[in-house]
Design a protein around this ligand. Sequence first.
Ligand code: SAM
Length: 281
Amino acid sequence: MELWYTENHTKDVRFSMKIDRQLVSKKSRYQRIDVLESKEFGRILTLDGYLMVTQKDEFIYHEMITHVPMAVHPQVRKVLVIGAGDGGTIRELTRYDSIEHIDMVEIDKEVVEVCREYLPQTACCLDDARLDMYFEDGLKFVRTQQDAYDLIIVDSTDPFGPGEGLFTKEFYGNCYKALKEDGILINQHESPYYTEDAKAMRHAHQRIRAAFPISMVYQLHIPTYPSGHWLFGFASKKYHPVEDLRAAEWNALGLQTKYYNTELHKGSFAIPNYVKELLDD
Ligand code: SAM
């Protein structure tokens, strides 16, 4: 017997992986949580059937969501991370001694519990002494914050289900207020390729652009995400992601990375024409 995990990337396109076994399947208050063991990608986490993280390609997502802003902002001391229950973003942030405090706001405690047990590769640093975890809605949490963070990273699910509020005008406006005067917001910005994903990407971009003076996107290649072509948003009150890149300083830290480097950093902001048109429209 063969077991396969299949995700619909559009109503007419599917992506499948051969599975050895299912390790967890449970329903939390917010979503269905599954961990599967796959042949090619190792363990994978899905929420409501949508693929979140695989052991084989998670480094691409987590390095790019973290090191890009860290190589631009000269003094990140306090960070807010929203979502990120698998822990991969926290793992990358805790590599910086200069970070003094991280608040992580994840709506679903059970995702964190499952990842601690079954995905130690990403959840390995969730006991870092600098980390405070809050199990609540990120949308509500940011409403109460002002002038508090150097960096906010929105490592969320897609714009439906519990993640929907994290793609709204209200949320981005509150992130602006929660950031210090030279703060940076990074968000999971969906894919430009398939029509439905591209719509979500454009909506997110229009809303962020209305709130921040600098609002750009950068791209990365994630083999297991729809179309493989993914975007993150870089919104900032002061720093330009390429002109203010501190390449020599970042390289002097000596951090070993598998995907990110400062040359790729610059190139990731060079966007294909069809994506520029979608964003400018
Ligand atoms: N890398 C993943 C992706 O883009 O597919 C996302 C990783 S992480 C598992 C996403 C997390 O966001 C989930 O654990 C989910 O519970 C959390 N989340 C969704 N909506 C949220 C909200 N409104 N506030 C806080 N966390 C939220």
